[in-house]
Design a binder for this molecule. Structure first.
Ligand code: ZN
Ligand code: ZN
Length: 83
């Protein structure tokens, strides 16, 4: 049995997430996202997709990155489609 590190649920279908050398245990993707997904620094949304990274900063989309003053940020999906 494993205990979810987000909510403490003792669940026999819990799974492990290996990230940056550490192992995390969760009972659901919701708890994994809650614990591990970065938060957009502009609007506060959980970044569950690819998101936009600008240096040490995370945003949910290029729009939010631009609102925070990051220049030259484009959504990766759009960048990939333009080539
Ligand atoms: Zn949980
Ligand atoms: Zn955002």
């Amino acid at each position: 049995m494993a205990v979810c590190e987000t909510c403490g649920n003792d669940y026999d279908m819990a799974f492990e997430v290996h990230a940056q050398g550490a192992v995390h245990t969760f009972d659901s993707f919701q708890c994994a996202i809650h614990a591990m997904a970065p938060i957009c620094e502009h609007c506060g949304a959980r970044v569950i997709g690819h998101g936009v990274q600008s240096g040490e900063h995370w945003y949910c989309c290029a729009h939010c990155a631009r609102q925070e003053g990051s220049q030259g940020i484009v959504d990766r999906v759009m960048a990939g489609m333009s080539g």
